[in-house]
Design a protein around this ligand. Structure first.
Ligand code: ATP
Ligand code: MG
Length: 277
C-alpha cells in the first residue's frame, strides 16, 4: 500500500462512474470543419483539460455539450443514456452548467445581487407588502462562497470593484448554485495574472477534492493543466490527437509532442521517440 497522500483521490477516480461519453461528434460551419469525430469520456468528479491551438474547435465542442450547437453527427451519452440536447436550458436542466469567457455578471450590481439575478428572494411584510430579502440573500451568498472556499471582503461589494480573479470565482460560484453534475469553463484563466489566476485554480482544486462535480476546462497554460487537471485531451484542427492522464505524462513530454508537429501520426511518432507515455 502506498503511503503517499492522495488528496485528490486520483487512484479512486478510475472506479468512478462515467458521467459523459461523446462518440464521433462532428460539426461544420459551411466549408469549415470545426469538429471531426470527437470522442471523449469523463468520469464523475474528474477534471478534464481541453487544450489546443486557436481555432482547434475547443469552444465549438463545449457549445455542443452545453446545448448551444446541435452536432452534425455523433452521439452524447449522459449517465449511460443517450442525450439529445435541445437548448442550453435543456443542458442546465440535466445538470450541465457553463461559465463563458464574458462571465455574464452585472458589474454595477453587488456580489449577492449577481448571485440571485433573476430569482431575487421576495418576502412579504405583514404577509402583504412585498420587499426583497437582502439580508437573506447576503447570508445565503456568504454561506455558499464559504462552502466553496471563496474569500471576499464583502458580498455587498459591487462586482466592478472586484479583481479579475474574484470576478471569475463569483461567476463559477453562481454556476455552482444548482449543484451541477458537469461544470464547463471556457478559458477561466485567460487574461488573469498569476495571483488572480491562483484564486481560480484554488477554487477548481477545492471542487476537485470534493469529487462531486466533473469539470471540463479549456486552458492554454500547460503548467496550470498539470496543477489542477486529471486528464488532458488535445484538440488539433477539430480532432482529438492526444488523450492522457496527467499522472502518466509530464509537462515536458506534452510540450515536446505539441512542438513536434500535430496530427495523429506525428503524435504517435513523438510518443514512440519519447519512449512511450
Ligand atoms: N458560429 C460559427 N460560424 C462559423 N464558423 C465558426 C463558428 N464558430 C466557430 N467557427 C469556426 O470553427 C473553428 C473552431 O473554432 P473554435 O471557436 O471552436 O476554436 P477554439 O479552439 O475555441 O479557438 P480559440 O482558442 O481561439 O478560442 C474555427 O475555424 C472557427 O472560425
Ligand atoms: Mg475558444
Amino acid at each position: 500500500m502506498s503511503s503517499v497522500p492522495d488528496p485528490f483521490n486520483v487512484a479512486g477516480l478510475q472506479n468512478a462512474p462515467i458521467l459523459l461519453r461523446t462518440e464521433h461528434i462532428s460539426k461544420s460551419f459551411g466549408a469549415v470543419t470545426a469538429l471531426k469525430d470527437v470522442s471523449i469520456q469523463l468520469r464523475k468528479g474528474e477534471v478534464l483539460a481541453l487544450v489546443g491551438d486557436n481555432g482547434a474547435g475547443k469552444s465549438t465542442f463545449i457549445k455542443v455539450l452545453c446545448g448551444f450547437h446541435p452536432p452534425d453527427s455523433g452521439t452524447i451519452e449522459w449517465e449511460g443514456k443517450p442525450l439529445h440536447l435541445k437548448s442550453p436550458l435543456d443542458a442546465r436542466q440535466h445538470g450541465i452548467e457553463t461559465v463563458y469567457q464574458d462571465l455574464a455578471l452585472v458589474n454595477d450590481l453587488t456580489v449577492y445581487h449577481n448571485m440571485f439575478l433573476g430569482r431575487e428572494k421576495i418576502i412579504r411584510f405583514a404577509g402583504v407588502v412585498p420587499f426583497t430579502d437582502n439580508g437573506g440573500m447576503k447570508r445565503q451568498t456568504r454561506d455558499h462562497l464559504n462552502r466553496l472556499g471563496i474569500n471576499l471582503p464583502s458580498v455587498s461589494s459591487l462586482v466592478r470593484q472586484l479583481s479579475g480573479g474574484q470576478r471569475q470565482s463569483i461567476a463559477v460560484a453562481r454556476s455552482m448554485q444548482t449543484a451541477p453534475k458537469l461544470l464547463i469553463m471556457d478559458e477561466p484563466l485567460a487574461a488573469l495574472g498569476v495571483r488572480e489566476g491562483g484564486l481560480v485554480l484554488d477554487l477548481i482544486q477545492n471542487l476537485r477534492r470534493q469529487r462531486e462535480t466533473s469539470i471540463i476546462l479549456i486552458v492554454h497554460n500547460y503548467n496550470q493543466v498539470f496543477e489542477v487537471c486529471d486528464r488532458i485531451n488535445f484538440l488539433h484542427t477539430g480532432e482529438i490527437v492526444l488523450d492522457r492522464s496527467t499522472a502518466d505524462t509530464t509537462e515536458e513530454e506534452l510540450i515536446r509532442i505539441v512542438k513536434s508537429g500535430l496530427g495523429r501520426s506525428a503524435v504517435a511518432q513523438a510518443i514512440a521517440s519519447a519512449g512511450g507515455l
